[in-house]
Ligand binder design. Sequence first.
Ligand SMILES: [Zn+2]
Length: 445
Amino acid sequence: MRACTAMSSRNVKGDDMSTSVEVRDRPSTAIGSLRVDGKRLWRSLMELAEIGATAKGGVRRLALTDLDRQGRDRVVGWLRDAGASIEIDGAGNVFAMRAGSNALAPPVLTGSHVDTQPSGGKFDGNYGVLAGLEVLRTLNDAGVVTEHPVAVAIWTNEEGSRFVPVMGGSGAFAGVFPLEHLLKQRDVDGVSFGEALTAIGYAGTVRTGGRELDAYFEAHIEQGPILEREDMVIGVVTGALGQRWYDCIWSGQDAHAGPTPMEARHDALLGAAKMVEAVNGVAHRHAPDGRATVGFMQVKPNSRNVIPGSVTMSIDMRHPDDDHLVTMDREIRAAASAIAVELRLECEVRQVDQFPASRFNLECVDAVRGAAKALAYPYREIVSGAGHDAIYLARVAPAAMIFVPCKDGISHNEIEDARPEHLEAGANVLLHAMLARAGVSRTAR
Ligand SMILES: [Zn+2]
């Protein structure tokens, strides 16, 4: 039904390329040879990274701070310069729309986020937004008119480090939680999301969500080591790991470290320590796809000469298959019970959040794979281990993601790095995946 002319071969009419012509009747090379300007993309990334730049070469631009405003203003300025019209919704999500020839066709959207972790890098999120900007600039340079509108989104508070929930803007857009829930969340200083949004001038009036989309694509650095290790340039992301988050609470008895014999103790920290090992063991049993992490622990009373009577610890468990997660859930609960009996403790394993494993839309994944193939970039399929705005978008629109390698797989770190040629390749794949969905009506040159 859709005129997917971007990468397909059509019969040749032989029109003069310097005039406005119907690309549908042109050979595939006319659009197929279109490429982004990698140097321009890199320059934009470096210019955006100046805002909130840290001494170690990273970026600290927390959601809805004045630095976030400055970053947004700079990118919105560039999007306006690229001729896009700007809309802002109630969650502060920004949509930059480039009109297509069919005013009734839903847009093909790309995007990501420009907020960062407290000690974040230059590329996480920022790359996806600026790759989208580069797509618009490239279409402008070539005078391409798409059938569907092509649009770029900046999602608010993806990182979730100043405000919970993580992926807040895209979650509200996708109806995962109501906008009101998001707006009333408070940071550690008691400032609400709504107040902070108004303070930086990004409390928009456009309705949050309910927007029909033809497709959503998101380009992102991998944030893991697989592509680099295998010398791949493009990750065709087929879905994301399911996640289960737990609080695990150990209760024993505070007692004096000196007079209390070993056999008389109820040491909650010893239980937690054994549990850390058990959680690791569960993930290893479900290798290579299983992941399990204890990253937070609170020991009470946390005193040198007191046997700890209480420990609260987190467990983060991930797997691409939800059935496996059910098994892993059973295994950590069984381990907790066995440790509790052995050490005469009480243990409560409380699940606090859950993200089902998600599979991206097959047609959109095909569009990404097709573009990588046509552009002759080495690619492999990959599952995202991290959360992304695209995972919420996938609930309301056909969606897929494009990964590019990052140095040593390191992200959420000031030393996060990526190679210009890989970023350029990912943007080229994004361009052609979007064109495959948006269809091309005509080109001026
Ligand atoms: Zn990100």
